[in-house]
Write a protein that binds this ligand. Structure first.
Ligand SMILES: [Zn+2]
Length: 151
């Protein structure tokens, strides 16, 4: 794999050597030819430098995105540890809020579907008709919940 910065440095050294050669040229045509070659080499070096700068910006952007994703995953991991999968019977499951330290939220259930997608969505009580997830619209019928409520 080539290194654009190293190539640009190498090219600039070549340009310096060519400039030294121009001192000895006496024929106008040769001078113009050398100037054109010098200009072309300079353009290539500038393009390489710009490409390298673009690559660097792309990498910095990626590092920033990965840092944010890492922080989000750490936050998710810390928050998800306060939930336990609870079997309500009849194949109905919820993520029940069970904090290990001083609770920061009231007792509640979270949607298992959203939980598996790294999102905590609190099931909303629809009174007699059961619970519903406000995000994915999962419904937990009231007759399955019975007298169980989040504690
Ligand atoms: Zn949901």
């Amino acid at each position: 794999m080539s290194n654009p910065i190293a190539e640009a440095i190498q090219r600039s050294r070549g340009l310096t050597a060519r400039l030294k050669q121009l001192d000895g040229l006496e024929i106008y045509g040769e001078l113009m030819q050398a100037a054109a070659a010098l200009q072309e080499s300079l353009s290539e070096a500038l393009i390489l430098n710009a490409t390298s700068a673009e690559d660097k910006l792309t990498l910095l952007d990626r590092v920033q995105r990965l840092t944010e994703e890492n922080k989000d995953l750490k936050d998710w991991h810390a928050e998800s540890r306060e939930y336990q999968l609870e079997d309500l019977g009849y194949g109905c499951f919820v993520q029940s809020y069970k904090p290990t330290v001083e609770p920061s939220k009231p007792p509640h259930w979270a949607c298992t579907n959203c939980f598996s997608n790294l999102k905590i969505s609190i099931l909303q009580n629809k009174l007699r008709s059961g619970f519903q997830c406000p995000s994915c619209k999962f419904e937990l019928p009231g007759h399955l919940v019975g007298s169980k409520l989040p504690r």
